[in-house]
Design a protein around this ligand. Structure first.
Ligand SMILES: [Fe+2]
Length: 260
């Protein structure tokens, strides 16, 4: 499969240094970069079909934490309202459950896209993660599913929205919840309670490529409504070649580990 045919290169000439420069400036200013209609309709549909075909073998994860998912950072002190219930429910499809020669893997393995992501994120030497399960993963949020409030532990996330739900399933962000001074748990509590007054909702559409910096910004995907699932593909990169995720990540995300 020719990955260049999946992307609207007329709109987004990936090798153009001027495009990368302006995208980098947007990401540095907003912590989010949205490239709408990045995928051509046929490319988006082919990728969505690969996810739908793999879904019966996906890992269903439905958990409710008390407080946000902080990945190692301290959570709120005891009794704080920021320790309220926080549900996260979705189907997760590991990279080894979609065809190796299909549209999603072809796009992920395309050097032109890796180079563009590196230029936009200010990492001139950027490598695709080598993890067969977690370098390229897909999630599906069906009716009632949501991705709970959390802070990321990686520098940035590259995602492609492959299918929009009929309603709900909005990407919601509360900026600068984590700073050098720590995590602002009063703002966390407001987000968990649904009383936050400073939520922004970057508009992801089917076919949008997004680059998001989520270490400082609290974020979630709100509950999906309607019968059409919200499908997303996530691409993982690193500054070093050969990056593999730890066993605990595999177990937590996919319910299994790599075969020995
Ligand atoms: Fe995140």
């Amino acid at each position: 499969m020719n990955p260049g045919a999946l992307v609207d290169l007329d709109r987004y000439p990936l090798a153009d240094p001027e495009l990368a420069r302006s995208c980098k400036a947007t990401l540095e200013r907003d912590n989010v970069l949205l490239l709408h209609d990045f995928l051509r309709p046929g490319g988006r549909a082919a990728m969505a079909a690969e996810v739908m075909a793999g879904l019966p073998r996906s890992y269903r994860r439905d958990r409710t934490a008390m407080g946000i998912y902080t990945y190692g950072a301290p959570n709120a002190p005891a009794e704080h309202p920021a320790l309220g219930p926080n549900r996260s429910a979705q189907a997760i499809l590991a990279g080894d459950l979609i065809p190796e020669d299909g549209a999603i893997w072809s796009l992920f393995k395309w050097d032109a896209l890796t180079a563009f992501v590196g230029a936009v994120t200010g990492c001139p030497k950027l490598y695709r993660s080598a993890d067969p399960l977690a370098s390229c993963t897909m999630t599906a949020l069906g009716r009632g599913d949501q991705h709970g409030w959390h802070l990321d532990d990686n520098d940035f996330v590259v995602s492609l929205l492959l299918q929009e739900p009929e309603s709900g399933g909005r990407f919601e962000v509360v900026s600068d919840v984590r700073t050098e001074a720590g995590i602002d748990f009063d703002r966390v509590a407001a987000a968990l309670a649904g009383t936050s007054s400073d939520i922004v909702r970057p508009e992801l559409r089917a076919g949008t490529l997004s680059v998001f910096r989520g270490q400082r910004a609290l974020h979630r995907v709100s509950p999906v409504d309607g019968g059409r699932s919200r499908l997303i593909a996530l691409f993982s990169y690193d500054r070093r070649p050969g990056m593999m995720f730890p066993r605990e990540v595999h177990l937590g995300a996919f319910g299994r580990t790599l075969a020995a």
